[in-house]
Design a protein around this ligand. Structure first.
Ligand code: NAP
Length: 243
């Protein structure tokens, strides 16, 4: 029996999971929605570090791991790489290409949170699209700023922060309306790549607004890497149907 473990938590991973038959496993950290309509098994929660994942791979007779986690979920990707090497299980990875700046873009790289705070200091109305991280810093917002934070969590915010709990994809018109309503003057983003959340970059470009871009983490190599879900899914079908 050749079982696949698909590491997910992204739209790409879900698209692959939809093509996985019942014997295989889709794994989620447990921070977002858990799909209830998949043929494959769904497991939720961490494995307990590298040792836990090695144990899981052996106990569950996993023959292939596909890492389709978010490009900034670097710990899970590193754990998958180390555990697969130890358990002698091949690892494939979906590595979504980073967005590239275009003519008219004003991107400013930030290495970490401190860097982000420094880069946005001259501005008043930042839009944070980093996920929940900004929520941990609500008490640090300077009097000169009002933050708009878009993430998956519902949160009351405070007098200097408005929280929008929303899940992509986001389109151009919706992003334009948000920038208008919140009077955004700078965007803070991960370089996630893909189509679902790139409209904010186009709006920043058309308005001449800077984007503070958090540097992508380095990710481990894999035996096979794919730019998108469709190519990973095709390769997986081929692998599952091999004689
Ligand atoms: P992370 O820092 O790389 O991982 C933290 C820990 O969460 C891992 O060590 C692992 O726990 C557990 N974990 C992560 N992904 C898992 C999965 N698919 N199945 C089982 N356990 C998992 O990850 P993160 O940045 O917190 O992201 C958490 C999840 O959200 C990821 O699955 C990712 O695909 C998704 N996501 C992340 C972002 C982002 O910007 N980081 C954006 C969209 C979606 P153990 O060590 O106990 O195994």
């Amino acid at each position: 029996m050749t079982r696949v473990l698909l590491l997910g938590g992204t739209g790409d991973a879900l698209a692959i999971a939809r093509a996985l038959p019942a014997a295989h496993v889709y794994s989620l950290a447990g921070l977002g929605r858990v799909p209830g309509d998949l043929a494959c098994a769904v497991r939720v929660g961490g494995f307990g570090g590298i040792d836990g994942l090695v144990r899981y791979l052996c106990d569950e007779h996993i023959a292939l791991v596909v890492d389709a986690t978010h490009p900034y979920a670097a710990q899970m990707s590193r754990h998958a790489s180390d555990a697969c090497a130890r358990a002698d299980v091949p690892l494939w990875a979906v590595r979504r290409p980073a967005w590239q700046p275009q003519a008219g873009d004003d991107w400013r790289e930030a290495l970490d949170w401190r860097d982000i705070v420094e880069r946005i200091a001259p501005f008043e109305r930042p839009l944070f699209t980093l996920g929940r991280e900004a929520l941990a810093h609500l008490h640090e917002i300077p009097a000169s700023q009002h933050w708009t934070i878009r993430c998956l969590d519902a949160h009351p915010g405070n007098e200097r922060a408005s929280i929008i709990d929303a899940r992509g994809p986001f389109d151009l018109d919706g992003e334009r309306a948000l920038f208008d309503a919140a009077r955004i003057d700078v965007v803070v983003s991960k370089n996630s790549g893909g189509r679902a959340t790139e409209a904010k970059l186009a709006v920043a470009r058309e308005r001449g607004l800077p984007v503070v871009m958090l540097t992508r983490p380095a990710l481990p190599d894999a035996a096979r890497t794919f730019d998108d879900a469709a190519s990973a899914r095709d390769a997986l079908q081929h692998w599952l149907n091999r004689p």
